[in-house]
Design a protein around this ligand. Structure first.
Ligand code: FAD
Length: 508
């Protein structure tokens, strides 16, 4: 059995910031991640990097707070929003000056005011920075080495360990490399394992976002919040999959199949849809997303009709990128489908990133409450940095304040497993259920069907589970059960919210 002061689960931006801050506070730190070190959506290779926004100055803070509440449909936690917005300028300074991460900026003060820098769903320009992978990776790796942070890549969290008082005192990890289960004692554990995209068939997140950790935290007493709110995003399905559709190009789209939108309204709706990335129920241009959804798994057939003269710069850049990187010409027939993207909700935390369960903290996309029903673009990376740092500091303080050494755990490890082929088949069914009934067009009838199917999957998993099996099969069952649990919690929250709000659309 191994031991550390602080164990961080997840090696995206939130987990790394948490680990660095905890180690700088003086704690010994280990970072376990299902993917490689520096993985998850934060290091998704299919994009240039991440936009990062914050208030322009102190005077802008209140406006950003108010806008988050408005865009978030009033369901964000006011204290978290306040802490979040107030923490962004310091977090960016920390990233640049303490860690030495080089951030991109608008070319000039003038260009920072241009419309293209207004964040998605916002009403004005903010302070904008661009976070690209290489500078972030280099700076984080230098910190990891100098602070002696222990890295455990390809180690998946399959359970947390409680002592007799319910305090979290460690974790059960599955080492995917040697296929062995290991236990880790930790005085404090931080969950930073990303969002819920892993529960859907078409997902614009990376494969290591397993979407199991929220249910593991819940099983040990944490609560979930705003879990029905999730960004769904149009993406290419043909000629290539898993590519984000550039929202600014909607205005140049011609549909190649009939859609249920009046011809005289179509241009205005496409123009409005060009203003933001993920689906929202708040705007009339939701009709475009609903047309995509209606086209089903194949996607909606369309092509571009870009202007021949006075081509805007971003169109030129985008068309060149599409052609050079992906061999797609603008005139090619394309199919666009809805993809699950980033979660707006997750594990409930307070302003110190504490989950309410002793020994357990959480941060990043695994958490909720700081965004609400719709999220302003560029605030997910900011969330990872601000609450990552807060979680790291809180966990380190708790660990260093603990009087005794991490107690050796007398834990009964899970004994039941499932054949990995069965687990994979059931996970595919789960993703199919979530994609069929829980994307953007939600109704009571469909959601109750989803719940029935998930209950039936749970029964099948139970029926196929067997004792005294190997660690690989034990991990497969634990992962599957957590994914089913989280899916069920999401569906229940979607059913409970009978009105449309932000990313949650109730067609009935
Ligand atoms: C294409 C794309 C573009 C985006 N653009 C932007 C943008 O411009 N601005 C913005 O703010 N946001 C953007 N986002 C969203 C943003 O990238 C994410 O919300 C954010 O990076 C999440 O960071 P995180 O550290 O919380 O989680 P992630 O980066 O997803 O990291 C999750 C980590 O947890 C690990 N993990 C998962 N499950 C387990 C488990 N059971 N056990 C152990 N480890 C586990 C994974 O291996 C990974 O290391 C974008 C996302 C994508 C996919």
């Amino acid at each position: 059995m191994e031991s550390t002061d602080v164990l961080v689960i997840g090696s995206g931006i939130a987990g790394l910031c948490a680990a660095i801050e905890a180690a700088r506070t003086g704690a010994t730190v280990a970072v376990a991640s299902a993917g490689k070190t520096m993985s998850g959506s934060s290091f998704f290779p299919g994009t240039w990097g991440l936009g990062l926004i914050g208030p322009v100055d102190e005077d802008d803070e209140q406006d950003l707070i108010d806008t988050i509440q408005t865009v978030g449909g009033g369901v964000a936690d006011p204290t978290l929003v306040q802490t979040f917005v107030h923490g962004i300028p310091q977090a960016i300074q920390w990233l640049e000056q303490d860690l030495g991460v080089e951030l991109q900026r608008p070319q000039s003060a003038e260009s920072a005011q241009q419309k293209q820098f207004i964040p998605c769903f916002d009403h004005k320009t903010r302070m904008w920075r661009g976070l690209t992978r290489k500078p972030l990776e280099d700076a984080c790796m230098a910190q990891v080495e100098s602070l002696g942070i222990r890295l455990l890549p390809h180690h998946e969290l399959i359970d947390l360990v409680e002592d007799t008082t319910g305090k979290i005192v460690g974790a059960v990890l599955f080492n995917q490399t040697n296929e062995r289960i290991v236990t880790f004692t930790a005085k404090a554990t931080i969950i930073a394992a990303g969002g819920t995209g892993g529960l859907f068939e078409r997902s614009l997140t990376s494969f290591d976002v397993l979407s199991s950790s929220q249910a593991i935290a819940r099983a040990h007493g944490a609560s979930l919040t705003n879990i029905e709110f999730m960004q769904m995003m149009p993406g290419f399905n043909e000629p290539k999959r898993n590519l984000v559709f550039n929202e600014k190009t909607w205005r140049y789209v011609k549909f190649d199949q009939p859609v249920e939108i009046d011809d005289d309204k179509l241009d205005d709706l496409l123009e409005q849809r060009s203003g933001y990335g993920p689906f929202t129920s708040r705007l009339a241009s939701r009709a475009i997303d609903l047309a995509i959804d209606q086209a089903g798994a194949e996607g909606l057939a369309l092509h571009y009709d870009f202007p021949r003269e006075d081509v805007p710069e971003f169109v030129q850049t985008f068309a060149t990128w599409l052609q050079d990187e992906h061999g797609i010409a603008p005139t090619d027939e394309m199919r666009v489908a809805m993809y699950a993207h980033a979660a707006n909700g997750g594990i409930k935390i307070d302003k110190t990133a504490y989950t309410g369960v002793e020994g357990l903290y959480a941060c990043g996309e695994a958490t909720g409450g700081m965004h609400g029903a719709d999220r302003i673009g560029g605030l997910s990376s900011a969330n990872g940095i601000v609450f990552g740092r807060i979680a790291g500091a809180s966990a380190a303080r708790a660990a260093l304040g603990a009087s005794e050494a991490a107690a050796p755990m007398d834990t009964a490890l899970p004994q039941y497993g499932i054949a990995t082929a069965d687990a994979e088949r059931l996970t595919r069914s789960l993703r199919h259920t979530m994609s069929t009934y829980c994307m953007i067009n939600r109704t009571e009838a469909d959601l109750s069907k989803a719940l029935q199917e998930l209950e039936s999957l749970q029964d099948k998993a139970m029926a196929l589970s067997k004792p005294h099996t190997n660690d690989c099969e034990i991990a497969a069952l634990a992962r599957l059960q957590s994914q089913i649990q989280l899916s069920m919690e999401m569906v229940k929250a979607m059913r409970k919210r009978t009105e449309s709000l932000g990313s949650h659309y109730r067609a009935d």
